[in-house]
Design a protein around this ligand. Structure first.
Ligand SMILES: [Mg+2]
Length: 251
């Protein structure tokens, strides 16, 4: 009945352990190579050698979520939503009866929150591997908070295929909605796309948005498989990925 359950004592122990340190957290070295001195928000630790007053002065003028430079100028960037795009999770308090799940993400020690039962969207592992091998920089951009999303991503991305993570505090709030603004992340929008089950999330750059249906528990779902064999195989023929999005999705 629970053929997809992988939860066991070993994984429980792993999910409670301190998360892997993300190798892409901004360091002093990154900062010294940038024109600004402070980077904040999301996955980015404040890293600076300047005085506190100098830091305060810069915070207002610096984009909150500037990503570190691309590792290669030839790479394209794909921003991936997390919930209902790559996985679906529900808190233990809402678990009624039996449910398929792949792993349990527990809150970090000292953090509030419920443990979450996480079901991976079919083909998500293959999708991440495919994008990574197709020379895409993978950035997960979620409206979820860091405490929750980081525990899920630490387990989902065991092989470290995701280059960067952007959380709720990197979203803009517009008319009470959280919107993911791709224009202030330090990436060329001609070479970037976002995959998100909520089109309103990319309403500031709809021409970069790849729609996908929300995933909850359909184990026959093939959306990620179709994106691999369709858009992400053929988009390299386009110099501007926005033209590819228009061609395949009519945005
Ligand atoms: Mg979503």
């Amino acid at each position: 009945m629970f053929s997809r359950i992988t939860y066991n004592r070993r994984k429980k122990k792993e999910s409670m352990a301190e998360p892997k340190r993300n190798p892409n957290v901004i360091t002093k070295e990154h900062v010294s190579n940038l024109p600004c001195t402070v980077l904040t928000g999301a996955n980015h630790n404040i890293a600076t050698t300047k005085s506190k007053s100098s830091v305060k002065k810069h915070i207002a003028s610096v984009p909150r979520s500037l990503l570190p430079p691309l590792s290669s100028p030839n790479k394209k960037t794909v921003f991936l939503d997390l919930d209902k795009t790559l996985i679906h999770s529900i808190p233990a308090s809402r678990l009624i009866g039996s449910r398929n799940y792949d792993f349990v993400a527990k809150p970090l020690l000292g953090c509030k929150g419920d443990e979450r039962y996480v079901l991976k969207r079919p083909f998500v592992d293959e999708f991440l591997r495919f994008l990574s091998e197709s020379d895409f920089e993978i950035v997960v951009f979620t409206a979820g908070n860091e405490e929750y999303a980081s525990t899920v991503l630490d387990i989902l991305d065991r092989d470290g295929l995701i280059s960067h993570r952007l959380y709720r505090d990197s979203c803009k709030e517009i008319n009470g909605r959280r919107v993911k603004d791709l224009s202030c992340l330090g990436r060329d929008l001609k070479k970037g796309v976002i995959v998100d089950d909520k089109p309103k999330s990319y309403s500031l750059q709809p021409e970069n948005g790849i729609p996908i249906s929300p995933f909850t528990d359909d184990l026959g779902d093939e959306e990620l498989k179709k994106l691999m064999s369709g858009f992400f195989t053929k988009c390299h023929e386009f110099e501007d990925l926005r033209d590819a999005v228009k061609h395949y999705f009519g945005n």
